[in-house]
Ligand binder design. Sequence first.
Ligand SMILES: C[S@@+](CC[C@H](N)C(=O)[O-])C[C@H]1O[C@@H](n2cnc3c(N)ncnc32)[C@H](O)[C@@H]1O
Length: 452
Amino acid sequence: MAEERAELFLDESRFAQSLRLQALRVPKRLCGQVSKLLAGYVIDKPRVKHIVNDPADAESRLVIFSESVKDPSLHEIPDEKLNALKDLVDLDVTPHEILLSYEHWSADHVLREILPKTCEVPSSFETIGHIAHLNLRDEHLPYKKLIGKVLLDKNPKLKTVLNKVGTIKNEFRVPSFELLAGEDNMVTEVKQYGAIFHLNYGLVYWNSRLEHEHKRLVSEFQPGQVICDMFAGVGPFAIPAAQKGCLVYANDLNPASVEYLLKNADVNKVGNRIVAYNMDAREFMKELVNPATAMAHALNKADEGNTSRDGVSDRQDSGKKSLRLSLSSMHYTLKAKVKRKQTNAVHSDVVEAKPWEHFDHVVMNLPASALTFLDTFRGLLSKDSWKGSMPCVHCYCFLRAKQTTADIMNVRNSCLLFFISGLIFSRLLKTLSEDLYLEHRFGQCVWLHQTR
Ligand SMILES: C[S@@+](CC[C@H](N)C(=O)[O-])C[C@H]1O[C@@H](n2cnc3c(N)ncnc32)[C@H](O)[C@@H]1O
């Protein structure tokens, strides 16, 4: 019954409270000095000023003490501070009443008040532009709308509060959501390390908590390098890599992701350094390393690259098509402005990008199943055409709660019989729900022994 009532409406009046405090009358010009001296002893609550007008004297102000200062003698304040205060002003202490209401309390306080004592306050949530994404536990569900309203009220930048429903089952890794409060608007804009990402959070994968990892991995890339992003999403690796001066072949199976990837490439002015594909990751890699299909792709899509795209549709047709973005020529020649570290000068360099001859890094951020895609690399590269050093493969996976690293090694080994030096580096990223997130970094692999 109590739960039903709580869910029906938020009684804001129950947060009204009168605080009877002490205040010090201070000449206007000395307010700053006195506040500094009394740091830690003046009221410190959101949306409550600690200096207010003095109703008795226009030339003075009231500096309001915190609840810890109960007595007009101010004996709670250490002698040293009190003596310094006496040197500045007369100790004219007066009672002062403050009326607090719902808007003065933090979300944490309000939720603590309205949720049962046994219920943990859901204080953390992911923010995606104007959207807050919560993962409420069963115990919170009777109060979910209230929780949504409080978070919306208390976070002025939020317009939409969502709760994730069920587990992700679709291959595009897009969760299902229910709207808890605010606008039903999933189209949003996120800024990460100087890049802007447009996305529809209901249609594409996005995880704001990966920001640091996106940044870290791109910091390993060098200007002029060629990157293959097999599971690119809306471009959080691809766009900053292109901004750095890399040429990026970016692929995703989700047509909506590719549309946003293309839009984001335009918005961030890196359209000439991103070649976008919409197909299965295995096919994508095969197409890239086959000069015939890669060139056919370039010729087919050159026209599409020239046509303007004015906005992104929300359609989700599942056709396996390839989209292509304005290459500077049909021969995979990239004119990239590469910032040289040594001189800090901007040069206009030409990067010859023929992916069947060379690429530098492969990004595989599909932790739920990326390991099972490693067989793509078996015999992928041709000894006859490949030039230069072997690429570095960055493959992400989850370590499930009940798995050990040995289990991961078994999967890896079954996929990677063709690696000689195998796993060079395995890095624990962070805990995401109950799973651990790992990046495996493979390098110096020996695909050339498996030539076609
Ligand atoms: C975990 S998300 C990562 C997206 C992006 N790299 C990021 O860091 O936000 C994985 C992406 O892989 C895509 N995907 C799933 N299966 C795929 C497949 N077989 N081939 C290509 N992309 C696939 C999904 O649509 C999703 O966008």
